[in-house]
Write a protein that binds this ligand. Structure first.
Ligand code: M3L
Ligand code: AKG
Length: 410
């Protein structure tokens, strides 16, 4: 590794240096980026990994007020700054005398102009499924027993992230065991339904059709909250003197793949995809007398820059009448798109249906997997929980690779 070039511009923000790592790879680093990311124990707390050095209020920049009184940052005495390469470390002496050391590996993994190091994907890749591939998935995965839950937990977390769902078998048919499994996976998210593990039956104890024996179509829970519950967990405790109450799930990652493929072939499906990803839909939960949830409206599908699913929000029974015209779509275009979306999520080509059983927990990604219930008769008692997404992802990330690799890629 060697310094190929040092670039000093006219302002503190256009100074950089170019490092040549080998004959085929070099990258340029802004001085301000390097000073901001000094790795020493005075700048980064050794335990918390948080910044102690306050870049924006500590650098010895001079400031002046220009003619309209705005503060301008000038002069940084850059002439005192020195850089040198010692073997595989870049050593920087800053204008205030502070010294930073940047190992070659760190420079490579944090290079950006250009990025020389492909992002290490700490989290596994997502694998979408449909009703055909589900059968093979089920044959090859989800053998997670409660009796070995500590050992199986990494696999449960991995399966939830990879496929959008997982199962845990041999669970004692109790609220306590359900709580235990919930808290191994993440943190239970309290809501007005229950502060912990909810336990419900068809008694309308909460004013929601989940607390009836009616059919519930494909949906994600909590569309009327800002924070869509990250994960949802179901454990059937009993179902006696009746039938039905079967569960359906569908993978919206697969539905997005189908929509993108159709949109490339057919203009009308391009409009459908645009409506689903741009038209905000309002939802509410207004059954309780002391609360009314209708926080905000979001599109049915939120995709990332690579057109991969970030979040699906859908529940036709919780939809509000209000329709926003901010996105420029005509109402008939919105309905056509929603009818098409509904046809896809209710197509047996994509969803699977099964009966939940006491002793088997189903846990799924509530941002990706839609679930439904067929109508039922008899006495049916289901318990479960909403789980925070951040803690699930943080636990999976921490389990997914050795700590130093993790920290070196922040
Ligand atoms: C899960 N639990 C029974 C507690 C509540 C169910 C709430 C269902 C609601 N319609 C929604 O989609 O958010
Ligand atoms: O009763 C069930 O099987 C699930 C009910 C449901 O969809 C929900 O609680 O969101």
């Amino acid at each position: 590794m060697r310094i190929e070039r040092i670039n000093t511009g006219t302002s503190p923000f256009d100074r950089s240096l170019t490092i040549e790592f080998d004959s085929n790879s070099k990258s340029t680093f802004d001085w301000i980026f390097l000073r901001d990311n000094c790795l020493c124990k005075e700048c980064i707390h050794p335990e918390t990994k948080q910044r102690i050095f306050d870049t924006f209020n500590s650098l010895p920049f001079e400031t002046v007020r220009d003619k309209d009184g705005t503060i301008q940052i000038i002069n940084d005495h850059h002439s005192k700054v020195r850089f040198e390469c010692n073997n595989d470390t870049l050593v920087s002496l800053w204008q205030d005398g502070h010294i930073s050391h940047f190992p070659e590996k760190w420079l490579l993994t944090h290079s950006y102009a250009p990025q020389l190091y492909k992002d290490i994907h700490i989290l596994p890749s997502k694998i979408s499924w449909d009703s055909t591939s589900f059968l093979q998935l089920k044959a090859d995965n989800f053998r997670n027993s409660y009796t070995q839950i500590e050992k199986n937990l990494p696999r449960v977390l991995h399966e939830i992230y990879t496929y959008g769902f997982s199962f845990v078998q041999d669970v004692p048919v109790t609220l306590e065991a359900t709580r235990q499994v919930s808290e191994l996976i993440s943190i239970i998210r309290p809501t007005h339904y229950d502060l912990g593990v909810w336990d419900f039956t068809s008694d309308l104890s909460k004013k929601d059709t989940a607390y009836t024996s009616l059919v519930i179509d494909m949906h994600t829970d909590g569309n009327y909250w800002y924070e869509l519950p990250g994960l949802q967990l179901f454990h059937l405790l009993e179902h006696s003197n009746g039938e039905g109450g079967e569960t359906r799930i569908v993978d919206i990652c697969k539905i997005v793949d189908v929509l993108i493929s159709l949109s490339k072939k057919d203009r009308s499906w391009k409009t459908t995809l645009e409506v689903l990803t741009k038209q905000p839909i309002y939802f509410h939960q207004a059954g309780e007398t002391d609360t009314c949830f209708q926080q905000d409206s979001y599109p049915t599908l939120t995709l990332d820059k690579q057109s991969k699913l970030v979040q699906c929000r859908w529940n036709t029974s919780d939809r509000s009448p209000k329709i926003s015209n901010q996105s420029g779509f005509l109402v008939h275009q919105v309905y056509e798109a929603l009818f098409r979306f509904n046809a896809l999520i209710n197509d047996p080509k994509y969803y699977v249906q099964f009966q939940l059983k006491p002793g088997t927990i189903l846990v799924f990604d509530n941002w990706r997997i839609l679930h439904a219930r067929t109508a039922f008769t008899g006495h049916r008692r289901l318990c479960g929980s909403y789980l925070t997404r951040d803690d699930f992802l943080a636990r999976l990330r921490s389990l997914s690779c050795e700590r130093s690799q993790l920290l070196n890629n922040l």
